[in-house]
Design a protein around this ligand. Structure first.
Ligand code: 5AD
Ligand code: SF4
Length: 456
């Protein structure tokens, strides 16, 4: 962390002594934002704020925003309105950061319509939060700290993690792909990779603290660029697998175009890497994929999935799919359903295309009518759900390694864990079983959204 920010952290710490001040963070969007929020929490705790869940108790409120889809804006404005009311009865600092704040129109709108917002910060200036909060407290100043250029990578920010057995580690920032529907490259900047040694140091530190599962994060995680020794994503995976104590490794989100053979080999050779691979499809039609600028065809995607199934026994896939991209016809959408049938995804994150100003696709005149988008969404959902039972049945009477995640939500006597394909399994614990342990179970029952098992 930068020295001057450490000084500001100390200054705010001193100001806050004896006041028992509380903070709350509302995180919207993806796991990268969640990881940023963990760093925000880390900085705030060092400034002597403690966490509260109820916004009404908070003295400092942070919104970490997302702008990937449209509805997030309305939600944010509603939340800002709530804080306005709160501010009428007590002194509250409101800071808004994240992807949406990289959009000029949004910042202007907030400055004009919600002048009581104290701090606006972007995705490249997270590390300046101590200084910005200091200014908001001491000078009662409105601070806007957003830069357009790609931020440097700051190492060593304090971090307060959400869980104590699984942790996310961001390995690269930004995206160079410019898929035509996506706002991310405009708000997160160009790709920048962290030094591999720094990543390994963080993972080793986590292992020492008792963490069992690591998720490597990046907007485009498999286009990671290392150095002479650890050259690329495959090398990094191999190195992370060598860290003792870490039992499970996941990564999101890879791009199919960068899924090289060495990455497939790294997965095949390392049992620690989870057997569910996220492989964002977006569309199954080659013409739509070209217009999305995805750089693969329907056939190339299918060949890649087949190759992985052959080389990695037991592998399953999850995916992201957008329905109703501009110009998509019913016939073209059928190709998406065809790929869903062929790959047999274990999990699908389904999205209705949402127009993002400034992207290439938003300027198109052949937008798909809302009703039609919904019809396609429902068709996709029905197809996916119609296959869940059959997919679950494959687990019956198999032995699965579970990482225990906590108590079962419906039955206090049971624990629940996940398989390395991300299936939730509920089971009766043996004495001494605790969160973070890995246990072997036999699957005895299947239910739509969870399985039951018995320890063996
Ligand atoms: N509309 C709908 N979904 C989108 N995504 C990204 N941009 C949009 C958009 N404009 C989806 C993609 C991506 C996921 C994180 O969000 O499927 O993989
Ligand atoms: Fe967006 Fe495409 Fe980059 Fe993913 S790869 S963040 S969808 S532009």
């Amino acid at each position: 962390m930068q020295e001057n920010q450490e000084k500001f952290m100390e200054k705010v710490y001193n100001l806050n002594q004896g006041k028992n001040l509380k903070y709350t963070i509302l995180t919207m969007g993806c796991q990268l934002n969640e990881n940023d929020s963990e760093k925000i929490a880390g900085m705030l705790e060092k400034m002597s704020y403690s966490e509260c869940k109820d916004v009404k108790e908070a003295d400092l409120v942070i919104f970490n925003t997302c702008c990937v889809r449209e509805n997030a804006e309305e939600r944010l404005f509603g939340k800002i309105g709530e804080i306005k009311k709160l501010k009428e009865s007590k002194d509250v600092i409101l800071a808004i950061g994240g992807c949406m704040m990289q959009e000029e129109v949004m910042v202007e709108k907030i400055k004009k319509s919600y002048p009581f917002v104290n701090v606006i910060f972007g995705t490249h200036t997270l590390q300046n939060l101590p200084e910005n909060i200091y200014k908001a407290i001491i000078e009662n100043r409105k601070v806007k700290d957003v830069i357009d250029i790609d931020g440097e990578i700051y190492e060593g920010l304090p971090i307060k993690r959400n869980d104590n057995f699984k942790a996310s580690v961001t390995i690269m920032y930004g995206c160079n792909n410019f898929c035509t529907y996506c706002i991310v490259p405009y708000v997160r900047g160009r790709e920048r990779s962290r030094e591999p040694e720094m990543i390994l140091e963080e993972v080793k530190g986590l292992a020492k603290e008792g963490y069992k599962e690591i998720t490597l994060l990046g907007q485009n995680v498999n286009s990671y660029v290392g150095n002479d020794k650890i050259r690329n994503f495959a090398d990094l995976l191999n190195e992370v697998c060598k860290v003792d104590g870490i039992e499970r490794i996941k990564f999101i989100s890879p791009h199919p175009k960068d899924f090289t053979d060495d990455v497939i080999d790294a997965i095949a050779n390392n049992e620690k890497i989870c057997r569910i691979i996220h492989l964002p499809l977006q569309s199954g039609n080659t013409k739509v994929l070209k217009e999305m600028n995805r750089k693969y065809t329907k056939e190339q995607y299918l060949v890649l999935a087949e190759k992985m199934k052959e080389r990695i026994p037991g592998v399953v896939f999850s995916t992201d799919i957008i329905v109703g991209f501009p110009g998509e016809t019913d016939e073209e959408f059928e190709d998406t359903l065809d790929v869903v049938r062929k790959v047999n995804f274990e999990q699908i994150f389904m999205f209705i295309y949402s127009k993002r100003e400034g992207t290439v696709a938003a300027a198109r005149e052949d937008q798909v009518p809302e009703e039609q988008k919904h019809v396609r969404f429902d068709k996709l959902k029905d197809l996916y759900e119609s296959r869940v039972d059959e997919n679950n049945d494959k687990y019956l009477n198999t032995h699965q390694k579970l990482l225990i995640e906590g108590k079962s939500k419906n039955n206090a006597e049971m624990l629940e864990g996940r398989t390395d394909t991300n299936k939730v399994v509920v089971f009766k614990p043996r004495e001494g079983n605790k969160i973070g342990d890995v246990v072997l179970v036999n699957i005895t029952e299947t239910h739509k959204w969870y399985l039951k098992g018995e320890i063996i």
